[in-house]
Design a protein around this ligand. Sequence first.
Ligand code: FMN
Length: 355
Amino acid sequence: MGWKQNSLTARLGIQYPIFQAPMAGGLTTPELISGVSNCGGLGNMGAGYMMPDDIRADIKQVRELTDQPFGINLFVPDRDVSAKTEDIIAMGTVLERYSSELGMAEKPALPEKDYTSLYKKQLAVLMEERVPVCSFTFGIPDSTDISELKKQGTVIIGTATNVNEAVEWEEAGADMIVVQGFEAGGHRGTFHRGESGQIGSMALIPQAADAVSCPVAAAGGIMDARGIAAAMILGAEGVQLGTAFLTCRESGAHPLYKQALLNAREDQTAVTKAFSGKPARGIRNQFMEDMQGVPALPYPLQNDLTAPIRKQAAKMGRPEFMSLWAGQGVGLSEEVTVKELMIKLVKGTEALLEK
Ligand SMILES: Cc1cc2nc3c(=O)[nH]c(=O)nc-3n(C[C@H](O)[C@H](O)[C@H](O)COP(=O)(O)O)c2cc1C
C-alpha cells in the first residue's frame, strides 16, 4: 500500500492522510475545514471553547461547503477543578496591570461556569448531528459516550503525548490516535499526570506506532512534504498539521497573529502555562516573559481569567498580550490559500515517497 491508501485513509474515507489540526479559538473557520476536506484531507473544527449552538451552526456551514468527511474536536474536562479564593484574587491582581494598560473598565474576575455541563452539551450536539469524526484532547471520554458515538458510525480519534497514553486510548476504543510531539503548537494534550508528555516526534512516532495496533497520525513540527514523508517513514499512517494552516487565507487567525507567525524563527517559541494554566507552545512575547515564575491557576481557570485581556489585546492590536500559539516549525510558515497548501503538501509528498 502506498502512503495514500492505508488503513487510516480507508477508515476515514479520505484521499490523503493529511489532517488540518483542530484549533480552538475561532481559528478553524468552516471555509478552512471544508477547504481541506474538499482537497482530499480531513478538516477539523476546534470546538473546545465553542457554545453548543455555535458548533451546530458551523457544522451546518461546513456541510453546505463540502460533502466530504470532517472532524470535530472537544476538550475532555478535568474533574473537580478548583483554586483557593485567595489565589484567584492574587492572580486577578497580577493581571490588573494588563487590563488597566488596555483600558479595560472591569477588573479580571472569573465567570460562573460549569465546565462539565458545557462539555456534555457539546457532546450532545455531535451525537445529534452524527458527525463523521470526533477527536478529543486532554483526556479520554467516558466509555458510554465513546460507545454511543461509535454505535452511530463516528470515527474516534484520541490524542496522546506518550506511549502509555496511546495504549490507554487504544484500549478505550480509539479508531486512530494522534501522537503529539513536543514540537507541537498549542496546548499539550497530556492527561497522564506525573508522566512526561514532552517527547519529540522523531522519538515518539515509532515507539507509539509499535505499541498500538490502530493507525497513528503524527502531529508536531510538520510544516511541509518533508515532514509528512519523514513521519510516514517513522511509522505514522497520517499527519496532523496545525501551525502550517494558521497562515492560510481561510484561517480565522488575527492578522497580527498571522504576521507574527510569518516573522517568527524556530527558536522563538516556548511552552507556558501563563495564558491558560495548561502547558501550551506559542511565540514568546511580553506576557509570557512577564509571567515567568508566577504560578498559574489550574486550567481552565487561568484561561478564563486571561481570556478578556487577550480579546481586548486583539481588538487593540497589541500582540504582546495575545496568545500566539505556534509549533517549532513556525519558521516555515507561508502566506497561502488552503488549496495551494494542500496541493503543495500532496505533490511534494508524492515526489518524495513515490520515487
Ligand atoms: C493555535 C493552535 C490551537 C490548537 N488547538 C487545539 C485544539 O483545540 N484541540 C487539539 O486537539 N489540538 C489543538 N492544537 C494542537 C494541534 O492539534 C496539533 O497537535 C499541533 O498543531 C501540531 O503541531 P504544529 O502546530 O507544529 O503543526 C492546537 C494547535 C495550535 C497551533
